[in-house]
Design a protein around this ligand. Structure first.
Ligand SMILES: O=c1nc[nH]c2c1ncn2[C@H]1C[C@H](O)[C@@H](COP(=O)(O)OP(=O)(O)OP(=O)(O)O)O1
Ligand SMILES: [Mg+2]
Length: 202
């Protein structure tokens, strides 16, 4: 029975959302910083490959089963960029504010009808660092990039991501609403279905 896992992320916004989502699960989730897990090199060419790399890295350094999330924003008018490079769109070590300004700059003069975008999230779960059959679940979330930021909640590109069905930005959404409809929430729904079988494994 798996009753403790490590979350293979150094992103405080993600860790907050995962602990909110996992709060109803019968499993203890620990952040990777509790085990001094070094940041993994994200050398994959897809969200899925990077998530597997991060999960294996955290499992190796913690000795626990690990769940990783690799996610990002794909903007239609930028041919899907920044995509897997979302965390460093404004350069290595860029923070959310710099990445958001870079995005507004890149979309200067693009009208609302051409600012469609989607968030993608790939989750990878490994029972151990060498697990030959990682569990991979994905989710996506369509929206539109605003001309100026709105809202204080969330993290990353949330202030620029317009959610039509709620007529607000992702940073204006109540946390529990975002945790029900986001790319991460959708990927976690798939993971919840897989978890039943996983948790019963020897
Ligand atoms: O719900 C979200 N709302 C807004 N922005 C988001 C979201 N989900 C991912 N994002 C953005 C943040 C970051 O720019 C990139 C993730 O990059 P990604 O490499 O997966 O995460 P990270 O480097 O921040 O932490 P870590 O790799 O340790 O999990 O996409
Ligand atoms: Mg990363």
């Amino acid at each position: 029975m798996i009753d403790k896992i490590v979350l293979a992320s150094g992103n405080a916004g993600k860790l907050r959302e995962f602990s909110q989502i996992f709060s109803e699960w019968q499993v203890e989730v620990l952040p990777q910083f509790a085990f001094d897990v070094p940041e993994a090199e994200e050398t994959g060419l897809s969200f899925i490959e990077n998530a597997i790399l991060k999960a294996r890295n955290a499992a190796r350094h913690s000795g626990l089963p690990a769940l990783a999330d690799d996610s990002g924003l794909a903007v239609d008018a930028l041919g899907g960029a920044p995509g897997i490079y979302s965390a460093r769109f404004a350069g290595a070590g860029a923070d959310d504010a710099k990445n958001n300004s870079r995005l507004l700059e890149a979309l200067q003069g693009v009208d609302d009808s051409h600012r469609g975008a989607a968030f993608y999230c790939a989750l990878a779960f490994v029972r151990s660092a060498e697990d030959p059959v990682p569990v991979v679940c994905t989710g996506s979330w369509r929206g539109r990039i605003l001309q100026a930021p709105r809202g204080e909640q969330g993290f990353g590109y949330d202030p620029l991501f317009w959610v039509e069905e709620h007529r607000c930005s992702s940073a204006e959404l109540a946390r529990e609403t975002k945790n029900r409809i986001s790319h991460r929430a959708r990927a976690m729904e798939h993971f919840a279905a897989a978890w039943q079988a996983l948790a019963e494994e020897h």
